[in-house]
Design a protein around this ligand. Sequence first.
Ligand SMILES: Nc1nc2c(ncn2[C@@H]2O[C@H](COP(=O)(O)OP(=O)(O)OP(=O)(O)O)[C@@H](O)[C@H]2O)c(=O)[nH]1
Ligand SMILES: [Zn+2]
Length: 203
Amino acid sequence: MTDTATVRTRVRIPLHFPDGYRATAEAITFHGLADGAEHLALALGEPGGDAPLVRMHSECLTGDVFGSARCDCGPQLREAVELISEVGGYLLYLRQEGRGIGLYNKLDAYALQDGGLDTYAANTALGLPEDGRDYTAAAQMLTALGATRITLLTNNPDKAGQLRAQGVDIAALHRTGVFATETNLHYLRAKVAHTGHTISLAS
Ligand SMILES: Nc1nc2c(ncn2[C@@H]2O[C@H](COP(=O)(O)OP(=O)(O)OP(=O)(O)O)[C@@H](O)[C@H]2O)c(=O)[nH]1
Ligand SMILES: [Zn+2]
């Protein structure tokens, strides 16, 4: 049984996006998270209802901050903030850069991908797990927030499977949008082929 985490601080932050969209979030930090990382929850809208909408977003510095078009993380994050703000829920911003291998390793993996490997084979070639993410801390965060029955915003079956194994009741799954472009299509196709992401792509 995993130890309980508790809320450390709640503080209001106004969000102003470059496209003009605005929302208000409550940023929430925690004591006692299993992996010791500084994961952050954003409460958006009115998260009090039954099965609030939750997105677990894994950190992607290149996509989230710099707008890299190698992946779909930036548009997914922007979409999640708006969708959750509308219905009420939580965005868990998880410090799992590069599917848990870290920024420098991810960039090494990108260099290998430029030589022809797909996103998963590149990790393996570096002697790293294809996906090193563990969602124990995320389950602790949800429990600390009193959100143990949720609607999960994802296309990734592993996220739902791991959360259920941690005792979180996933009342429904809500697919994220598909933000396919010329530059990220290869990456999205590998997710569908390799990890069964529920993403519909034109063939
Ligand atoms: N190792 C590695 N990580 C990548 C690559 N491209 C993106 N990532 C990371 O993959 C993660 C994407 O996380 P999420 O946005 O939560 O996406 P997901 O696991 O596909 O699941 P959903 O978006 O919920 O369907 C981030 O941590 C990115 O940094 C890559 O080519 N190699
Ligand atoms: Zn990304």
